[in-house]
Design a protein around this ligand. Structure first.
Ligand code: RP5
Length: 165
């Protein structure tokens, strides 16, 4: 039987980004979305970036989540090379706490969009939820799982705070 291709590609500029980007993978897994995670650096492996981005649609991916830190060119370069939607996650950098990553990713000139999320874990989780929402437009079963995920989150919020959260 042919291997079913993943719907979401999670790419990141470095192994060091995995501490943030695994939150995207965990969220996709919780929602039952097929995904693959790869290290693809715009700076250190430019040919790998080119090959991945130009071939991503043919590989069967429908959405790309790209996380990078510092001078974070990965999401924008990827978006320039593929028609697929690209969601960018600014990884928190040591020098500038991820503000450099955020501005590098969010300030795309008109014409090539990158949907930019928050810095760090929140951005990684939300990128996965946004990817899920896009895929759910054409997948009723996934839409139901996403509704259930959100209902569970709502149910987990206590009415009153406690001293030991
Ligand atoms: C970026 O440089 C990566 O996305 C990473 O966030 C940052 C630092 O990479 P390492 O020096 O930790 O490999 O390209």
């Amino acid at each position: 039987m042919a291997k079913q291709s993943a719907d979401v590609a999670i790419i990141m500029g470095s192994q060091s980004d995995w501490a943030t980007m695994h939150h995207a993978a965990d969220t996709l897994k919780a929602l039952g979305i097929r995904h693959e995670s790869r290290i693809v650096s715009a700076h250190r492996t430019p040919q790998r970036l080119y090959d991945f981005a130009t071939g991503a649609k043919a590989e069967g991916f429908k959405v790309i989540i790209a996380g990078a830190g510092g001078a974070a060119h990965l999401p924008g370069m990827t978006a320039a090379l593929t028609p697929l939607p690209v969601f960018g996650v600014p990884v928190e950098s040591k020098a500038l706490s991820g503000k450099d990553s955020l501005l590098s990713i969010v300030q795309m000139p008109a014409g090539i969009p990158v949907g930019t999320l928050a810095i760090g874990k929140a951005g990684a989780v939300n990128a996965a939820l946004l990817a899920a929402a896009v895929l759910a437009l054409g997948d009723d079963a996934l839409a139901a799982r996403l509704d259930a995920w959100r209902a569970e989150q709502t149910a987990a919020v206590a009415e009153q705070p406690t001293d030991t959260p």
